[in-house]
Write a protein that binds this ligand. Sequence first.
Ligand SMILES: Nc1ncnc2c1ncn2[C@@H]1O[C@H](COP(=O)(O)OP(=O)(O)OP(=O)(O)O)[C@@H](O)[C@H]1O
Ligand SMILES: O=C(O)C[C@@H](O)[C@H](O)C(=O)CO
Length: 323
Amino acid sequence: MENRQYDVSALGELLIDFTENGDSSQGNPTFEANPGGAPCNVLAMLNRLGKKTAFIGKVGNDMFGKQLKAAVEECGIDTRNLVMDDEIHTTLAFVHTYPDGDRDFSFYRNPGADMMLTKDDVDADLIRNSRIFHFGTLSSTHEGVREATRYALDVAKEAGCIITFDPNLRPPLWKDLNDARKEIEYGMERCDVLKISDNEVKFLFDTTDYDKGAALIEEKYHIPLVLITMGKDGSRAYYRGRKVEAAPFLQEKTIETTGAGDTFCASTLNYVLEHGLEDLTDENLAELLTFANAAASLITTKKGALRVMPERDEVLDFIASRK
Ligand SMILES: Nc1ncnc2c1ncn2[C@@H]1O[C@H](COP(=O)(O)OP(=O)(O)OP(=O)(O)O)[C@@H](O)[C@H]1O
Ligand SMILES: O=C(O)C[C@@H](O)[C@H](O)C(=O)CO
């Protein structure tokens, strides 16, 4: 495992997050074209933390696809399995930000290039050469890309990769939310690390008692490490029947929270790469959550995520400044 070429490979959506940018001189709303997409945001943060990563996905061979490829390369993420589609345009998302920094998305993906990835596009050797394989559910909303995701997962399992999963439920992208549920369950049956948000636990188990949700996940799926993020309420880790909770690092000025979950997720994967998944103590879990909460908090003060991930020292200095 140690001498694999990549620390983490991730498969999924790479898209433009258009974030609100005030009004033009003519009084029209303007938007900033931020590179985004959860799995690739995760890789961008891992690269900032010194890890070697590779992305598997598809963008359009258009202006935005070229922008995305350049941004991903600038981050140091390997793009040999980033496919450019000549027919279908790059997926776009418009991010609407509320006064407290929370947001929701309007997707332009009917279809979008990210969902055109096929099994034949997937470079199995790249996955076999990774210590961790990471994925979400946007790559399972439609049949062809779902087959690609399942194939990649099978390859990763067979190669003994650590499997990490962040559902990133986006209800507008599903014709039937029962399908979303099935895909989340499919991921939970196969992963070793699950990062899930409070709203996803509520969706799955119809409860805001997140400890209860975690217990149900533990009982049914036996996932070694489960992290639940709760936005402004911080996060919890569940590991071998034990629970550790960490407070958030609230900011005076949150600009927008796009990528907070991904920054948290990347920090978790980084911790697993550095400490393994065996014998994590409560102190380990607290250290993991503190770093992940702090890193995620820093990203809420910036627009976008992929190009503006914090450095390790920035996160450590921020933690020290709050002590
Ligand atoms: N407004 C905020 N201020 C400070 N920290 C925040 C804020 N929102 C989120 N965070 C931090 O980011 C972490 C992840 O946030 P959240 O729970 O919103 O993720 P998520 O819903 O998975 O996000 P995404 O859908 O972007 O993946 C939280 O656990 C918290 O530490
Ligand atoms: O905030 C996110 O999770 C990531 C965004 O960059 C992206 O728009 C996305 O993945 C939406 O599902």
